[in-house]
Design a protein around this ligand. Structure first.
Ligand code: 4AZ
Length: 256
């Protein structure tokens, strides 16, 4: 996250840290994610190289984490990954990460996955047709870089505020043109001072509707970070309610 502030995980208790375990047993931070039910994490498809569906045992997920390189057993809950579902239409042939959405099923321990605490909670998906007006302020969170081009990631969880941009603005030639399609939306700070950055992808963009927070976006891509006319691009979750239901068998989300 560029700009913004250090966050405590209590303020974004659905934030997940996804790790990859190398052959030499090294644990490498891979991506952010969001907890949508006790056993399910929603994240970005591009976090997983081809063939990842078969290598689910190489990944683990930690919830309740304030800092990447410190661990606090009273807050944290860690799980192995039981299954990875990458969207069938995920496609990067146009370098725009179309359908950048994936689900991770956590491996239960003694028949249970996540236990809800002050530091670990689920986030709601928005109803399928819920749309938001351009200009609405939403919040992003992650452990990614604080500046484009740094070689290291932020040690701490950070959060920032970005405003939704109209599609016709983001699709202008001096923005992203037709790289941005209807499966995506853009968000940025009007003064370009806050943005998601490398390492934040997969993580949440949440917006308030009727005093409740909903997960509207998955941090997906962008040209650099916090650059003028280069907003962050997010997967539009409301296009995927059906897909999420199918994969997770979670009850459908209805308005009201
Ligand atoms: C990334 O590489 C990334 N500024 C995520 C978000 C943005 C840029 C890069 C948006 O994960």
């Amino acid at each position: 996250i560029v700009g913004g502030t250090v966050a405590t995980v209590e303020s974004h208790p659905w934030v997940a840290a996804i790790f990859w375990h190398s052959k030499s047993k090294e644990k490498v931070f891979r991506c952010g994610g969001s907890l949508i039910s006790a056993c399910w994490i929603i994240t970005a498809a591009h976090c997983f190289p081809e063939g990842s569906q078969a290598s689910h045992q190489c990944f683990s997920v930690t919830l309740g984490k304030n800092a990447l390189n410190e661990s606090d057993p009273t807050m944290e809950q860690t799980f192995r990954v039981d299954q990875i579902f990458i969207h069938e239409g995920f496609n990067n042939s146009e370098q725009n990460y179309n359908n950048d959405i994936a689900l991770l099923k956590l491996m239960a321990k003694h028949g249970k996955c996540v236990e809800e605490t002050n530091w670990v909670k689920t986030v709601c998906l928005p109803p399928p047709l819920q749309s938001l007006q351009p200009g609405v302020t939403c919040e992003i969170a992650g452990y990614g870089k604080e500046k484009f081009g740094l070689w290291y990631r932020s040690q701490y969880l950070k959060k920032a505020q970005v405003n939704l941009l109209a599609d016709n603005v983001c699709q202008q030639k001096d923005y992203y043109g037709n790289m941005v399609n209807n499966n995506m939306f853009c968000a940025a700070r009007p003064d370009w001072s806050q943005d998601a950055c490398e390492g934040d992808s997969g993580g949440p963009l949440v917006c308030e509707v009727d005093n409740r927070l909903f997960l509207f976006g998955i941090i997906s891509w962008g040209d650099g970070c916090a650059m003028e006319n280069r907003p962050g691009v997010y997967t539009k979750i409301t296009n995927y309610n059906k897909w999420v239901e199918e994969k997770t068998n979670l009850p459908s989300i209805t308005a009201g």
